[in-house]
Ligand binder design. Structure first.
Ligand SMILES: Cc1cc2nc3c(=O)[nH]c(=O)nc-3n(C[C@H](O)[C@H](O)[C@H](O)COP(=O)(O)O)c2cc1C
Length: 159
């Protein structure tokens, strides 16, 4: 049996969004793109890092503006985002904070520029009720040939 999976992703500059599209092709899962109010983050990477660290220290995480998926339909959440300063990007944190009582499997996929730091540990700590499963990280350079890696990772969720 294949578990019912939902792909959820946030992407600041398009790389994780591409990985999410490829993952959807491999899995056939539903997909929801997380969005925030326009202007939440500047177009400059360093200024965005500053905004994100302010959000982290104040705990004031950005509001999500996408339609909220009904998680009751799913057993598995594949949650994608960019690595920001070795951590989970704040819109993804917001989504994980809103998981509430979700008790299924939650696994991260992510993109970075070569230094994911403590991304998976950070992600795991944000899962309160669900079951964490090891994730898959890639860089933009991996994406043209990512389908095989995605297929291998997806096998972990087929029971
Ligand atoms: C605010 C910010 C912080 C980042 N921090 C890291 C980092 O700690 N390690 C790393 O390898 N890349 C870092 N990056 C690069 C992104 O993780 C990388 O470019 C990612 O693929 C972008 O994904 P996206 O296009 O889905 O936003 C950072 C980028 C931004 C904007």
């Amino acid at each position: 049996m294949v578990s019912t999976a939902l792909i959820v992703d946030y992407s600041w500059s398009g790389t994780t969004a591409q990985m999410a599209v490829d993952l959807q092709q491999v899995t056939g899962a539903d997909k929801v793109d997380l969005t925030v109010t326009q202007g939440t983050f500047p177009s400059d990477m360093f200024a965005t890092a500053d905004v994100a660290s302010q959000q982290l220290s104040s705990g004031d995480l950005p509001e999500l503006t996408n339609v909220r998926p009904d998680l009751n339909h799913y057993q598995t959440l594949l949650v994608g985002g960019p690595v920001w300063n070795g951590k989970v990007a704040t819109p993804v944190r917001r989504f994980l904070q809103q998981l509430g009582d979700f008790r299924g499997v939650v696994a991260p996929f992510y993109t970075d520029s070569g230094n994911p730091g403590g991304y998976e540990d950070d992600f795991e700590q944000l899962i309160t009720r669900g079951t964490f499963v090891m994730g898959l990280g890639m860089t933009a350079g991996d994406l043209p040939r990512d389908q095989q890696a995605l297929r291998g990772w997806w096998r972990n969720f087929q029971i």
